[in-house]
Design a protein around this ligand. Structure first.
Ligand code: RIB
Length: 330
């Protein structure tokens, strides 16, 4: 900056005002500074500029597992919307670990992000309260954080559990199993509640041996199916609380010689792009993944502009998508 000032015959502060557009400068002086910058190949230090402005043009996104296509498709909505708003996205994986979640949060704050989009790794009430106290703009995505008023975007997970179970009941199934996600995660708990509600409404007794806990990964669905299909009275249908576990269920059933859907109906949850290409194509509960990302990003940037506004909760609808992995009870 000093060399530019000398080359242009102006003060260093004049160069700084031109670079940061922080004060009016005569057109003659501005022209001289810009010519000197070009002649010397001077590039302003973006990080220093951002520090002076006390803002950056990046958004933090914390998810449990970006390899899960659900989060990848939500991230696409976030990244497209952020780019439109002249922001980039810093993606952080927690692997469902609350300590890693806290470490990522600290790093994002050090990076002075404009705000954080946050899919909770587990019970995260204290972390959210801390971020609010530090006036970090924040939107909770997909998984409610209990006992704290905070901007939230999610789908009606209980409604989705009801839709999946009712579909199987309508097909005549009575021995309906459920492979749940992590029990401390609200989406899984809500979907399981929807499952139990629909069994009860139809007079189907709840059999706890038909509920197996998974972790939203393929392998846990595979393991759960092998356990369920080894029961003395195996289920004729399985509701898996996400598509990856449903794929694991189909894999295990096929390996055990069962035909899907003729001998076992399978329903998933999320409707990731993969669901259309499984064999057979997966009946599932669709979440508006891209829209979740778009709405959450716009909510976050609004929050960054006005920290004092009252918190908002946007709950989106789920939709039953019937494909080839379910059939009437034979
Ligand atoms: O597939 C990952 C699951 O975790 C999704 O169902 C999503 O709702 C998240 O909770």
């Amino acid at each position: 900056m000093r060399d530019v000032a000398q080359h242009a015959g102006v003060s260093i502060s004049t160069v700084s005002h031109v670079v940061n557009n922080s004060r009016a400068v005569s057109s003659e002086a501005r022209s001289r500074v810009l010519a000197a910058m070009k002649a010397l190949g001077y590039k302003p230090n973006a990080l220093a500029q951002n520090l002076r402005r006390q803002q950056t043009f990046s958004i933090g996104m914390i998810v449990p597992d970006s390899a899960n296509p659900f989060f990848a498709e939500v991230a696409r909505g976030i990244e497209d919307t952020s780019f439109e708003q002249n922001h980039s996205v810093i993606l952080c994986n927690t692997d469902g670990d609350v300590d890693k979640q806290a470490a990522h949060t600290d790093l994002l704050i050090k990076n002075q992000v404009a705000g954080i989009l946050f899919v909770a790794a587990g019970i995260s009430t204290e972390l959210v309260e801390d971020l609010q106290a530090r006036q970090v703009p924040l939107v909770v995505v997909d998984r409610e954080v209990p006992d704290v008023a905070v901007d939230t975007v999610l789908t009606n997970h209980r409604q989705g559990g009801c839709q999946a179970t009712q579909h199987l009941i309508d097909l005549g199934h009575r021995r309906i199993a459920c492979v749940s996600g992590g029990s401390d995660l609200s989406p899984s708990a809500e979907r399981l509640t929807g499952y139990q509600m629909k069994l009860q409404e139809s007079g189907i007794p709840f059999d706890e041996t038909l509920v197996v806990k998974g972790d939203f990964q393929y392998a846990s669905g595979y393991r759960a199916a092998r356990q369920l299909l080894s029961l003395a009275e195996p289920p004729t249908a399985v509701f898996a609380c996400n598509d990856l576990m449903a794929v694991g269920v189909i894999s295990a059933a096929t390996e055990m010689g069962l035909r899907v859907p003729e001998e076992l109906s399978v329903v998933g949850f999320d409707d990731v792009r993969l669901a259309s290409f499984t064999n057979p194509p997966l009946t599932t509960i669709a979440q508006p993944k891209y829209d979740i990302g778009v709405i959450a990003t716009k909510m976050l940037l609004a929050r960054a502009r006005n920290l004092a506004a009252p918190p908002r909760v946007e709950q989106l609808e789920t939709e039953l998508i019937i494909r080839g992995s379910t059939a009437p009870l034979s």
